[in-house]
Design a protein around this ligand. Structure first.
Ligand code: PLP
Length: 383
């Protein structure tokens, strides 16, 4: 009997080692890992420079409280804030905690109550982040939820215009809804949303927890759309696998998060900061990001070819974040792909999500897409 609460439906794969895009399981089977730990291992498994930085920090000190000056935290905050075009950072341990902090910050800074989020969104599992999430299946049995959140249809300007009022503290959204099925915000929607928020004194919060850290070919996905959010949340890929999240905010919000207003024992711990610093130095380099965009273009060609498959309804992509919408449930196909040595994720019921490491090679992308085509063909052959 397992002594773990059965909150995860686990795959029949037990990793014993991993490097780059490869995982080896306890039976010696090799897998091509195009999940990246759900968008975490953006530099692949165990990138050497991150390992070195973490080892150096392990040999120096592991933990001191946030009551001490930690200049490495400050240096990491500068890297993050500069990349986002903002000024202030609070480090947390996870994505949900980053969103939790963003929600608190928006409420306190505006003195307003309501926060608008979107149908099919995902913002995490803590109480506020779960209440913010626009998916009933995440919330079943946990009600009553926090009444702060109003969920509205994604990309629908008319409803937003109706809902924004003088009590609206913030609008919070993902540029690409990851868990919700790889749905992209439209350019027109984002442009108008920003204008509406600004004219209403409402803060714009962009949840970049899955889309950030170079995943889409820019440091953050909102940077494809000329947006200037007031608050950005990030986690997952920030620490290359070491737990860390962050809220990035504009200078004007500094007063709302003064001494004693928020905190975390482990947030910004030295090990995760060491990992995050090297991760950011690597990913925010313009040459690295250009290469991500080239790889994304390359992947797009194979995705478009899949559109001729009778099982495929649609393909959607921003950078190296892609979804293949199927006419049937994704889970059995994903199991089939695992048998063939390829690890991919679901996104909602019918969508296969592809999140390769940003360091994946062109050969690995070919290999992955060949396996996907072969498995789709096998499914046709059986029908
Ligand atoms: C967009 C988004 N926000 C928040 C979260 C929650 O992050 P965490 O699991 O680190 O709490 C996730 C996790 O999948 C996510 O994709």
């Amino acid at each position: 009997m397992s002594h773990l609460f059965p909150v995860y439906s686990r795959w029949d794969v037990e990793p014993i080692s991993a490097e780059g895009s490869q995982i080896i399981d306890k039976n010696g089977k090799h897998y091509l890992d195009f999940t990246s730990g759900i968008g975490v291992c953006n530099l692949g498994h165990r990138p050497a420079k991150v390992q070195e930085a973490v080892e150096n920090q392990l040999n120096s000190f592991w933990h001191v409280s946030n009551l001490f000056i930690q200049s490495k935290q400050d240096e990491a905050a500068k890297l993050l804030a500069d990349a986002a075009g903002l000024e202030l950072v609070f480090f947390s341990n996870s994505g949900a905690e980053a969103n939790e902090a963003a929600i608190k910050l928006a409420r306190k800074a505006t003195g307003r109550n309501k926060i608008i989020t979107f149908t099919n969104s995902f913002h995490g599992r803590t109480f506020a982040a779960m209440s913010a999430t626009g998916q009933e299946k995440i919330q079943i049995g946990f009600g009553p939820l926090l009444q702060t959140f109003k969920h509205v249809p994604f990309n629908d300007l008319a409803v937003i215009t109706e809902e924004l009022d003088e009590d609206t503290a913030a609008v919070m959204l993902e540029i690409v809804q990851g868990e919700g099925g790889i749905h992209l915000a439209t350019k027109e929607f984002l442009h108008e949303l920003q204008i509406l928020c600004q004219s209403n004194g409402t803060l714009l919060i962009v949840d970049e927890i899955q889309t950030g850290m170079g995943r889409t070919g820019k440091p953050f996905a909102y940077q494809h759309f000329n947006l200037n959010p007031d608050i950005v949340t990030v986690a997952k890929g920030l620490g290359s696998g070491f737990p860390i999240g962050a809220v990035i905010g504009s200078n004007k919000l500094g007063e709302a998060f003064g001494p004693g207003s928020h905190g975390s024992t482990f947030g910004g711990n030295p090990i995760s900061i060491a990992a995050a610093t090297v991760t950011m130095q690597t990913i925010f380099d313009s040459g690295f990001l250009k290469e991500v965009t080239k790889k994304a273009d390359y992947l797009r060609n194979s995705l478009i070819e899949l559109l001729s498959d009778p099982l495929v309804v649609d393909v959607r992509q921003l950078g190296l974040m892609a979804g293949i919408e199927l006419r049937k449930e994704a889970a059995p196909l994903l199991a089939h792909l695992r048998e063939k040595g390829l690890l991919l994720l679901p996104a909602g019921e019918n969508v296969i999500r592809i999140l390769p490491p940003l360091s994946a090679t062109y050969e690995e992308m070919d290999e992955a897409m060949n396996i996907v085509s072969a498995v789709l063909n096998e499914v046709h052959a059986k029908v």
